[in-house]
Design a protein around this ligand. Sequence first.
Ligand SMILES: Nc1ncnc2c1ncn2[C@@H]1O[C@H](COP(=O)(O)OP(=O)(O)OP(=O)(O)O)[C@@H](O)[C@H]1O
Ligand SMILES: [Mg+2]
Length: 273
Amino acid sequence: MIEEYWGLKEKPFSNTPDTRFLYRTGEFEEALARLLYNIKEIGGGLTVITGEIGSGKTFLAFALMEKLKEEGYPVALITNPTFSPTGLLREMAYSFGLEKVPRYRMQILKLLREFLEKNGKVGVLIIDEAQILKPSLLEEIRLLLNLETPKTKLLQIVLFGQPELKKKINRMPQVRQRINVRYHLGPMDEEETEGYILHRLKVAGCTRRIFTVDAIKEIHRYSGGIPRVVNNLAQNALFVGYVQEKNEIDAEIIKDVAADLEMEEEERRRKGR
Ligand SMILES: Nc1ncnc2c1ncn2[C@@H]1O[C@H](COP(=O)(O)OP(=O)(O)OP(=O)(O)O)[C@@H](O)[C@H]1O
Ligand SMILES: [Mg+2]
């Protein structure tokens, strides 16, 4: 209904990692380029990507996975790493597409090694929400980095997590030393927020201007350039505009929506910092 009203074919601002909506901000491009370079040209180490809540880490993880799969890399993605160390190995084996995964640690490791050895390209294990990893799992991850042949490393591990992941890793020097790339995914600037909104609308089938320039400025101000917050504001604004039978979304609507989402506090706090 709402989409029809605005002449859209689908919801433009869903909080899902649907890479059809991918918008390449400077930060996103740099993170992806560094990840790909490290995996393809160096291969076999630990990469840590951090970013604030809602900054696009999961989205980046999915985009990375798609790109690597296209190029024939074996990829395992784990999105909720709450396993025992052996459980992590098992989950990883299943995620690589292996079947009949055995029960015991040594057997699973043997299976993984055989799989990775016969695959010409370095295997990539991506772990999202890595800030919740227990020290025992970080230790298992470190051990996994030792999967290698005399000539090459067999596994690259990429951790995505909220900023506290850094502190967690810093407390474990044996893990910290294995990191070869770190990147912090920053927020979008005002221009990028505009590009982001227009891009998502276009993918959803939009052919005209819906958000005024001032509305976009307001969205950027309230959201601080965090994609999930931009999505929430823009999606709610489309709803309010529809209810009020508006022809366009202006700054006033954004202010109302932000007030409804109780965001003024957040913005004030950020400014005070
Ligand atoms: N580069 C991008 N292009 C298009 N949409 C994006 C991009 N980055 C993020 N988004 C949108 O923002 C939403 C929130 O991003 P995401 O879930 O990746 O954040 P996160 O950093 O993983 O958050 P959390 O810390 O809560 O896990 C995504 O579902 C997606 O809709
Ligand atoms: Mg996430």
